[in-house]
Ligand binder design. Structure first.
Ligand code: CUA
Length: 331
């Protein structure tokens, strides 16, 4: 079993940690990018014409040394042609921009999921992302694995909810921002065309750790994604005897917020830890998931992420070692 767990690691994928909205890699992102570029071109042309005329006028009609300052320039009163032009042209421009925007927005929103689409529910929390795969009974956090999609085959449909305040999710390479709003469900979809790890963040101010509410979308070849999903579907194997670390998990109160599938730990407030060690980051992107960082995080999450809702464990010595040893078995 360990062999396929390791094979499911997303190693070797190109990582897009510095995001780039000029590199759209999904159908919705391309539609939005093309719309943005067209509007940029139209407004850029208007700017060039207005600024050009302004500069030409300033230079051509500037005050010269031997100007007679008492002489008035030629006075022109009204011109039906000019007034019609500067009324009609802006109206046409507004209609074109409104039409293009409406077509792009509806074109993205109206797309219905193909039969083999992957459905993912993302729930925003202060300050992390809960990720559900409802048809697979898998829950994870801060890392959304999706298959690479070609010609919309195996595209991913995302449903956005919030557990507390308004968040907004933006992964620039994969599409525009979508808000996660309490008591409301928003939708979007992605069909990443190339494998990679795409970083995103929260873009709606939601509290002190708003800036550290990072997430990654891991787009894998469909076979790799299927392997990852198979590994995630496994509950933790039931041990004959409860380990010392598991007891610590219970006595330290970790279970009140965290779940581990296959055990009696079913906390719902914090991230599901069933396959904690398969994730790349701790604390929604603030620390790499290494044993030393995991220990530092458990001892005092407020050090790495002041204001996050996870309290200090106050553990040290053997109890801490036992707990970390247990967490590291959650592969
Ligand atoms: Cu969540 Cu800002």
């Amino acid at each position: 079993m360990l062999a396929f767990l390791q094979a499911a690691q997303p190693s070797g994928l190109p990582e897009h940690k510095i995001t780039n909205m000029f590199n759209p890699l999904t159908t919705p992102a391309k539609v939005e990018f093309n719309m943005g570029m067209l509007e940029f071109a139209i407004t850029g042309a208007i700017f060039a014409v207005v600024a050009g005329l302004l500069i030409y006028t300033m230079i051509r009609f500037r005050r010269r040394r031997n100007d007679d300052s008492r002489q008035e320039p030629a006075q022109i009163y009204g011109s039906n042609q000019i007034e019609a032009a500067w009324t009609v042209i802006p109206i046409l421009v507004v209609f074109v921009i409104a039409g293009v925007s409406a077509r792009s927005v509806w074109g993205v929103e109206d797309a219905s999921p193909p039969a083999n689409a992957l459905h993912v529910t993302v729930i925003g929390h202060r300050y992390w992302w809960e990720v559900h795969y409802p048809f697979y009974n898998v829950v994870t956090a801060n890392e959304i694995h999706v298959p690479v999609s070609r010609n919309r085959d195996r595209a991913t449909y995302l449903e956005y909810k919030s557990a507390d305040v308004i968040h907004s999710l933006w992964v620039p390479e994969l599409g525009g921002k979508t808000d996660l709003i309490p008591n409301r469900v928003n939708h979007t979809w992605i069909d990443p065309s190339t494998p990679g790890i795409f970083w995103g963040s929260c873009t709606e101010f939601c509290g002190v750790q708003h800036a550290n509410m990072l997430l990654q979308i891991v787009a894998q070849e469909p076979e790799d994604f299927d392997r990852w999903m198979a590994a995630q579907q496994h509950p933790q194997p039931a041990a004959a005897e409860i380990s010392a670390g598991q007891k610590r998990f219970q006595t330290a109160g970790c279970w009140a917020c965290h779940a581990v599938k296959g055990t009696h730990f079913i906390g719902k407030i914090g991230p599901d830890l069933t396959h904690l060690m398969s994730r790349r980051e701790i604390g929604s992107g603030v620390l790499d998931n290494t044993p030393a960082n995991l220990q530092a995080w458990v001892v005092n999450p407020q050090q790495a992420k002041p204001g996050c809702l996870m309290p200090q464990s106050k553990l040290d010595g053997t109890p801490l070692d036992e707990l970390i040893t247990y967490l590291e078995t959650l592969k």
